[in-house]
Each structure stands twice: as C-alpha cells, then as structure tokens.
Design a binder for this molecule. Structure first.
Ligand code: ASP
Length: 326
C-alpha cells in the first residue's frame, strides 16, 4: 500500500522533487510597488506568461466585453500553447503518462464551475464554465467531466506532446534524484479580471504537478483554494505547491482578509504566513498568490523568491517581481 510517507520518499521523489526545484533560498529584492489604488479595468495573471493572457482579456474588455468572457479567453491562450509544460496542451503528464487537467472559474454573481482530472480536452476552463452555466453542480471530475465535455461538443484530443512524452520517459529513468526546486514544473495560470463596469471574474487552469499520482487533485480546481472572487471585495489566485494551498484555503482567506480592510499585498503575505506557521515542509516548496481589490489595488506575495505576475492596467501590460517570505 502506498502511504503518504513512502509516496513522498520513493515513487514520487521525482514528482515532488521536480516540482520543487531550482530556486535558491535567500533574500529577495522584489520590485513589487507599494500598494496604491489604481484603476479598472484590469487583468492580473500569475507568471510572466500571463502577459499573453492579459493581452487577450484586455482586447475583450476594451471592446466593452465582460470580465467573465475576458478571463476565459485569456487563460485559453495559455491552455492552447504547447510550449507551456504546466497548463493544458503540452502540460507534463502524471506518473502514468496521462495528461490530466484541473480548472475552475467564477463570475461576479458568485457562481462557480470546476473540472478536475479531466483528460483529452484542450480547454478545461471552458468545460468548467459550462459546468457553472449548464448544470446544477460546481465540480465534475475524471470520466464524468470528460463525458460532460463530449456531450457539450468539446473535441477529444491528444494533449501529450512529443516533448512532454520525452520528459516523462526521462523522469521514469531518474525517479531517484534529490529534491531540487524548479519553478518550471509548477506554473499554473491563475487570473483575475475586472471589467469597465466594475464586475470581477476569476479563472485558474493547470496540468498540476508534473508526474503526480494519477487522480491527484491540486488546489487549482478547488474554489477558494486555487482561486476565489467576490464582487463586493476582490479576488485572489494561487500557484505553486497545491497541497499547501489546499490545506490553508489561501485564495478564500485572502479575499476574506481584504473584506476586513487589509490591502491585497498584505493579505497575500498573511496567507503565506499561514503556510509558514502550520506546514513544516514549507522551505522546500513554492507558493505564490496574486490579489486585487475592487478598486484595482493589486498585490502579491510568495513563499520563495522567483515568483512574478503580469498586470494589464492603465493601458500598460507589465511583469512585476514579487517579494517573498524566505
Ligand atoms: N498549483 C498547482 C497544483 O498544485 C501547480 C502549479 O501551480 O503549477 O496543481
């Protein structure tokens, strides 16, 4: 039987290791600006690749479109990009060689939809939106999610690219290597948009941890963990080691802290502090949070150096480095 302990210490060494690797621990001279109220509309996404998602979302909002259409279209750009090994098509597979995807979406009314461990569908975010809009449910998983997607007319596709297949073959040979921290293997796109009318939406989509156990569910499809928005307050999204985010429900926590008047930046810092105080393995792992309040005041914080976000606001789309705890 696979216990959590022997899973972490043997078969998944490569899994967790790969997902952790590469970043050194030390002081981070982040260039994150101090929190000051900015304007809307805005598109806020995790990681530098978020600029591409922001561009797409901005086009829609600049033409008068709403935040929900913008956030869906934005993350779809990243889902469709084969060069990106952590989201959608081209995402690294689980340890059985299967590409399983997680995604969730929320609108300004507080409705939510989610799919987890879905295979063969290029745009899980759009399936999540259909779950939200066409079913009485919030989450569909695995075969049920795929069945629903096919019924809704989504096309079944092979999402395992040659590059990802080769990476998996290599991983199988090296399953014994020592843990290293590698940002490349855990780069979910989490995205929050606020449109010109002031309405918010959020999305989060990922292939999850590279070489994870088949059936593993991360934070990204879980409402309140990987992403949360409240049209009265603002929104937040997460990237990094999903298990830490799940155990602390980080995105919901950040929104609730902002509801009580905390700045987005401070609320993200507090959510990271919650991980540090409760989770003893935190030094080996990365988690990054982004958040915005309804005024368009944006902030972020991460556990480790190396996190950055993309912000499109006031006609400028830029990447901002984030301060970290370590
Ligand atoms: N949060 C994602 C997960 O744990 C991984 C990531 O951010 O890349 O599935």
């Amino acid at each position: 039987m696979t216990t959590r302990r022997n899973f972490l210490s043997s078969t998944a060494k490569g899994t967790v290791a790969a997902a952790l690797g590469g970043l050194s621990v030390g002081a981070c001279t982040g260039t994150q600006p101090p929190s000051t109220a900015k304007s809307i509309p805005l598109a806020l996404s995790t990681w530098p690749f978020g600029t591409k998602a922001n561009d797409e979302a901005w086009k829609i909002m600049a033409a008068g479109g709403n935040a929900l259409d913008a956030v869906e279209a934005g993350v779809k750009v990243i889902e469709a990009a084969p060069e990106n090994s952590s989201v959608g098509y081209g995402g690294l597979p689980d340890r059985d060689g299967r590409v399983t995807l997680d995604a969730c979406i929320m609108n300004a009314a507080g409705d939510a939809g989610s799919v987890s461990c879905i295979e063969h569908i290029m745009h899980p975010i759009s399936v999540a939106r259909r779950v939200m809009e066409e079913t009485p449910h919030v989450m569909l998983v695995g075969d049920g999610a795929l069945q629903f997607a096919l019924e809704e007319g989504f096309k079944k596709e092979n999402l395992l690219t040659e590059k990802s297949r080769k990476a998996w073959e290599e991983w199988k040979l090296q399953a014994q290597y020592e843990p290293v921290i590698n940002a490349e293997l855990h780069d979910t796109i989490g995205m929050i948009t606020i449109d010109a009318a002031g309405d918010i939406a959020g999305a989060c989509t990922t292939s999850g941890l590279a070489f994870k156990m088949h059936g593993r569910v991360g934070d990204s499809p879980v409402i309140g963990a990987g992403m949360y928005v409240d049209n009265e307050v603002g929104g937040a999204a997460a990237t990094g080691m999903g298990e830490l985010v799940l155990k602390t429900l980080g995105s919901f926590l950040i929104v609730e802290l902002m509801r009580r008047g905390m700045s987005p930046r401070k609320a993200c810092e507090e959510a990271i502090a919650r991980i540090v105080h409760k989770q003893k393995d935190y030094k080996k792992m990365q988690v990054g949070y982004i958040a915005t309040n309804k005024a368009g005041d944006v902030g972020a914080y991460s556990l480790q150096p190396g996190f950055s976000y993309a912000l499109y606001q006031n006609d400028e789309n830029k990447v901002v480095e984030v301060n970290s705890y370590l």
